[in-house]
Design a protein around this ligand. Structure first.
Ligand SMILES: [Zn+2]
Length: 56
């Protein structure tokens, strides 16, 4: 069991804010699960297919 609760160890795709689990990474709706969207200041984009979602 080497996958213990090492808080703050390296990059995590999840964060806990105000007691809620917040996703920091989102899958590309075009490529499907396994391909994460890259986060920018005002948008998210897929580095594989180029799909872009603007933040609301
Ligand atoms: Zn994609």
């Amino acid at each position: 069991m080497s996958d213990g609760p090492k808080a703050g160890a390296k990059w995590s795709k999840y964060a806990v804010e105000d007691g809620n689990l917040v996703r920091k990474a989102e899958f590309c709706p075009v490529c499907g699960p396994g391909v994460f969207l890259a986060y920018h200041a005002d948008r998210k984009s897929c580095g594989r297919c180029g799909h872009t979602q603007f933040n609301e």
